[in-house]
Design a protein around this ligand. Structure first.
Ligand SMILES: Nc1nc2c(ncn2[C@@H]2O[C@H](COP(=O)(O)OP(=O)(O)OP(=O)(O)O)[C@@H](O)[C@H]2O)c(=O)[nH]1
Ligand SMILES: [Mg+2]
Length: 448
């Protein structure tokens, strides 16, 4: 069972039990322990958390406070606590040094962070201080272009501290300078020496460790070592989009006192989000992350001139379906969007992974329909399918496939209770307010 599933089970066990006896609390605590341990959280911390929850469960409560809610709230708050709460990234940092072991995502994150700040109006310069891997300079140069940031690298210089000094000289006019350093397989003497030299030359106030969500048990050791080496004070956790949920890495980094500012959620330059433990918890537990989704929708809206309501709200007709699929793809793979809505698991795989080409075809098919057909898919009979297929230049099978997909997605939303059968027929299916209400309902027992 996954990290999130176990946590959700524990919460629901408490919520649904007829009486809140010692046995129920113990079972729920056990479930939480399993979730944390399987996510590589240190045993000592897990035990401390368990004791706190059990103590809260059977302490004397002031009158008027419901014991069940009190336990659930304690559990939720303690989990948020060990995950690190929320720390907004510094608003106007001057220099950021990125550190980490091989392949954890430093260079990719350097590009993402550059774009994040340049979108917020800062002039950003990127320095490639990785003189260790020949391709590293080129990798960062390409990313800098995408991030609309300036770039400095020097393939002929093998002393990384010198490259840093040259970069600093070149970027005097920049608001923010980000320095990408080289990784090594292990925390050896060579790496320590090099990073200390870079640190001295760069003299950044922000030193961020970049660490993959999938590093497992060694997260604690790595975080501590980098902390001791250069007093790193910030963290970026990458590969949060993978199967590892990063619980161990989060807890480990938080325990060094460094703040987790960002999480990487994919390989693309826009796949970077501010970290917020409450949202994170809600998402891994499968309750969705509507706030992140709305933020994404807003960005797409601004960049592409699309209507946010159309993207995740609006009428659920075939026309809107196509719009939504198109817009959703701009926000990332549909599977990820669905995850953020908390319905990831319920969406058929073939739908979640729908490709660009197929989406284009769907567009032609929908264009060949009459307004009435677009509004009410039930009116599309065999004869109409033949006509639509001809008009769109596709096979009848493809038209049927689109109709099937549309119905399946409709079912998912219906199941969520975000819309009812009658409303669906009227074509006023999912709307944002309803979705929000639904999330509010789910949030209720989280007691914020
Ligand atoms: N899925 C996913 N992949 C990522 C993420 N961040 C980085 N990657 C991938 O991880 C791999 C390594 O990323 P790099 O940025 O080159 O890592 P690095 O730490 O600079 O590596 P070295 O310079 O060799 O030490 C690349 O294939 C990236 O595309 C993320 O958030 N999600
Ligand atoms: Mg690199």
């Amino acid at each position: 069972m996954s990290f999130g599933d176990s946590l959700r089970n524990a919460m629901e066990r408490l919520r649904n039990s007829s009486s809140l006896d010692r046995e129920t609390v113990k079972e729920a605590v056990k479930e939480i322990q399993r979730a944390l341990i399987s996510s590589d959280v240190e045993i000592a911390l897990v035990l401390k958390l368990s004791r706190e929850i059990e103590a809260a469960a059977f302490s004397d409560l002031p009158e008027g406070i419901d014991r069940r809610e009190h336990v659930i709230k304690t559990m939720h708050d303690r989990l948020i606590g060990i995950l690190g709460g929320h720390a907004s990234p510094p608003e106007k940092p001057k220099k950021i040094l990125l550190l980490g072991l091989n392949g954890n995502g430093k260079t990719t994150s350097a590009g993402k962070i550059a774009k994040w700040y340049s979108k917020r109006g800062m002039k950003v310069g990127l320095i490639a201080a990785d003189v260790f891997r020949p391709a590293a300079v080129e990798q960062l140069r390409t990313l800098a272009e995408r991030a609309k940031a300036e770039f400095y690298g020097n393939e002929n210089e093998k002393n990384s501290a010198k490259v840093v000094a040259q970069g600093l000289e070149k970027f005097k006019h920049c608001d923010l300078i980000i320095c990408d350093s080289a990784g090594r397989n292990g925390l050896d003497e060579e790496l320590t020496k090099e990073l200390k030299a870079i640190d001295e030359a760069f003299a950044a106030e922000e030193k961020w460790l970049v660490i993959g969500a999938d590093v497992g048990q060694v997260a604690k050791k790595q975080a501590q070592a980098f902390h001791d080496m250069v007093e790193m004070n910030g963290v970026v956790i990458t590969r949060m989009d993978g199967s590892a949920k990063g619980g161990g890495a989060l807890v480990a980094c938080h325990s060094t006192g460094a703040k987790v500012y960002f999480i990487g959620t994919g390989e693309k330059i826009d796949d970077l989000q501010e970290f917020d433990a409450t949202r994170y918890l809600s998402r891994v537990m499968g309750y969705g992350d509507l706030e992140s989704l709305l933020e994404k929708a807003k960005e797409v809206q601004e960049e592409e001139g699309l209507d946010a309501e159309e993207i995740i709200g609006g009428k659920f007709s075939l026309g809107a379906f196509h719009q939504q699929m198109k817009a959703a793809r701009k926000m990332g793979p549909l599977s990820k969007v669905m995850d953020m809505m908390g319905v990831g698991r319920q969406v058929p795989k073939e739908m979640a992974e729908i490709g660009e080409q197929k989406l284009d075809k769907y567009g032609y098919i929908i264009d060949s329909m009459t307004a009435q057909e677009r509004k009410d898919a039930d009116t599309i009979n065999r004869g109409r399918i033949v006509r639509i297929a001809k008009g769109a230049g596709v096979t009848q099978e493809e038209v049927r496939e689109l109709l099937k997909s549309y119905k399946k997605i409709g079912k998912v939303f219906r199941k969520l209770g975000a819309m009812d059968e009658e409303k669906l027929k009227e074509g006023s299916g999912i709307n944002m307010q309803k979705l929000q209400k639904m999330f509010a309902k789910k949030k209720k027992f989280r007691i914020r």
